[in-house]
Design a protein around this ligand. Structure first.
Ligand code: SRM
Ligand code: SF4
Length: 518
């Protein structure tokens, strides 16, 4: 690997140094050894960092109880796979929970190191992988959650997403070619008209566009959020046919791998390299790796719909079949829910389960005739197809319960706050509220109507948990990022501030009965 960017060998950051000493993927062959040793006796760099190459995250907040981040290409899994995830969690009782993530993915919690060999065997048996899902790797690749179901889609993203994942991970076995990037990397492909993957916040995104009459994708590059800087992706001024998407992913990643800065981790994401070179040089380098010129971008893309949330009952393009999206509050669920979801998908659908970037679930292929019985299932009383206006689009990152970067608790607070607001207000329009526990922005506050980012605030001379409030995020057609509008509101004072914003900017009204009480 070359290092032709601004970096020299002597200025490698500490992550680069430990990667140079031993590649992250090397721990794959040491799992039995770690399991026998136990987490306390393990080498700290293997435990705290390299295990993330296998999707296993040491949690300083719950030492000894690890988090596992899976890969769910296009956010799709089978009922057998969901059942295996549930079986893994079941063993951990109250310690075991799972989260649907903002990248259409699942994370498991409570995992013990001694169980890893057995867990990996179970994953292997049903075609699941967690490889290269953390650290300096490509994250879960997102695609349209209703790919292959939506009558209006322009392209079914499923196969392409799987092909890219297979290329990057050597079919889930681990691929050293792409396991030592300068930093994390996000890829999204959308084939529908509503940009359901938030293309603009990915390092590399493919959005549908016709070149004259031929279908393909315009390419966007460099989108990212970090504590230091957030940017929407910019056009590469390139259009690619579907059959060249995998090769373009490879070319872009090779350019990033070999030229991205390995000195300052705060300036290592792809956009920093694009800044340094300019988009024209970056494009030329990608063409060289690709071995052929890229065609100029199509003059317009086909993202011309408002974003859908997929909650509710929708007809599929296949006659007589429906997909049903239900809301999983802040994406949190447990082993018994997962067994139940697997059962419902098998009994009523085709055994397929889908996840959305809004941390919700879709079960497709439910026949008209079985819809009524499906909707009467007890699970759907808790995971509603018709949740409250604010709850419906609530998104939250992990926060202080499990994440040591967090400045505040998020998931429970997010739910309590919107329930209190829903109790007092009536709404005439949807309002998307996103919570994130720190400036890393995993909960994507910049894409929300109202984004809440954890911070330390001051109240009565004391440091308390607080939020910075972001406004103006727009998703779907003409997506753009919201910006910080109000800083440092103590969490305990947040509800009246949110109530005011909802009334002033989103047409909410105080309920008559609440007014009468006052
Ligand atoms: Fe994230 C680091 C959770 C999506 C930006 N993110 C972390 C860690 C691994 C930090 C840690 O070790 O504790 C968090 C694990 C907490 C835990 O126990 O769950 C974490 N990120 C998450 C998830 C689970 C949030 C969620 O509740 O859904 C999401 C997992 C996605 C997945 O399946 O892979 C998640 N993270 C995101 C996103 C949103 C997205 O991809 O659309 C972002 C912003 C977009 C981006 O990356 O450009 C995001 N996470 C970060 C960053 C800042 C990256 C940077 O360049 O500085 C960090 C910190 C880092 O990498 O150094 C981070
Ligand atoms: Fe943790 Fe911060 Fe990401 Fe939330 S935004 S999961 S608190 S790193």
């Amino acid at each position: 690997m070359t290092d032709t960017g601004t970096t020299t060998k002597t200025s490698l950051n500490k992550f680069e140094k430990f990667k140079a000493e031993k590649d992250g993927l090397a721990v794959k062959s040491e799992i039995e050894k770690f399991a026998a040793l136990g987490w306390e006796a393990m080498d700290e760099t293997d435990r705290d960092h390299r295990l993330k190459w296998l999707g296993v995250f040491f949690r300083p907040v719950t030492p000894g109880k690890f988090m596992m981040r899976m890969r769910m290409p296009n956010g799709i899994l089978t009922s057998d796979q969901m059942r295996v995830l549930a079986e893994v969690l079941q063993r951990y009782g109250d310690d075991g929970s799972a989260d649907i993530t903002t990248r259409q993915n699942i994370q498991l919690r409570g995992i013990r190191i001694e169980d890893l060999p057995d867990i990996f065997n179970k994953f292997h048996a049903v075609g699941l992988t967690s490889v290269q899902s953390g650290m300096d790797n490509v994250r879960n690749i997102t695609g349209d959650p209703v790919a292959g179901l939506d009558a209006d889609e322009l392209f079914d993203t499923r196969d392409l997403v799987q092909q890219i994942q297979d290329m990057l991970t050597n079919k889930g076995e681990g691929n050293p070619e792409f396991s030592n990037l300068p930093r994390k990397f996000n890829i999204a492909i959308t084939g529908g008209r509503d940009n359901s993957v938030h293309a603009e916040i990915n390092d590399l995104a493919f959005v549908p566009a016709f070149k004259e009459t031929t279908f393909g994708f315009n390419i966007l590059v460099g989108g990212f959020f970090s504590a230091k800087r957030c940017d929407a992706a910019i056009p590469l001024n390139a259009w690619v046919a579907a059959e060249d998407v995998v090769a373009v992913c490879r070319a872009v990643l090779e350019v990033f791998r070999d030229n991205g800065s390995r000195a300052n981790r705060l300036k290592s994401r792809l956009m920093w390299l694009i800044d340094e070179w300019g988009i024209d040089k970056f494009r030329t380098e990608v063409e060289q790796r690709l071995g052929k010129p890229l065609l100029a971008a199509a003059p317009k893309d086909e993202i011309d719909w408002e974003k859908r949330d997929h909650i509710g009952i929708y007809r599929q393009k296949q006659p007589g079949l429906n997909y049903v999206g239900f809301h999983v509050p802040v994406g949190r669920f447990y082993a018994e829910d997962m067994f139940e979801i697997a059962r419902l998908a098998e009994v009523y659908g085709s055994g397929e389960i889908r996840l959305t970037v809004e941390q919700n679930i879709i079960i497709p292929n439910i026949s008209d005739g079985s819809l009524a019985t499906f909707l009467a299932e007890p699970l759907l009383q808790r995971f509603s197809i018709n949740p409250g206006v604010l709850e419906r689009s609530l998104v939250s990152c992990t926060g202080a319960q499990f994440c040591n970067f967090a400045l505040i608790e998020t998931k429970n607070r997010a739910l309590a706050t919107i329930h209190a607001l829903e109790a007092d207000l009536t709404f005439t329009q949807p309002v998307r509220i996103h919570w994130t526990g720190c400036p890393n922005s995993c909960g994507q506050p910049q894409v929300a109507d109202i984004g809440l980012m954890g911070t330390k605030a001051r109240k009565d001379g004391k440091a308390v948990e607080g939020v910075d409030i972001y406004m103006g995020g727009k998703v779907g057609k003409d997506a753009h990022l919201g910006t910080c509008a109000i800083k440092g509101i103590p969490c305990e004072d947040l509800q009246p501030v949110l109530q005011d914003l909802l009334i002033k900017h989103f047409g909410a009204q105080i309920k008559q009965e609440v007014l009468l009480e006052v």
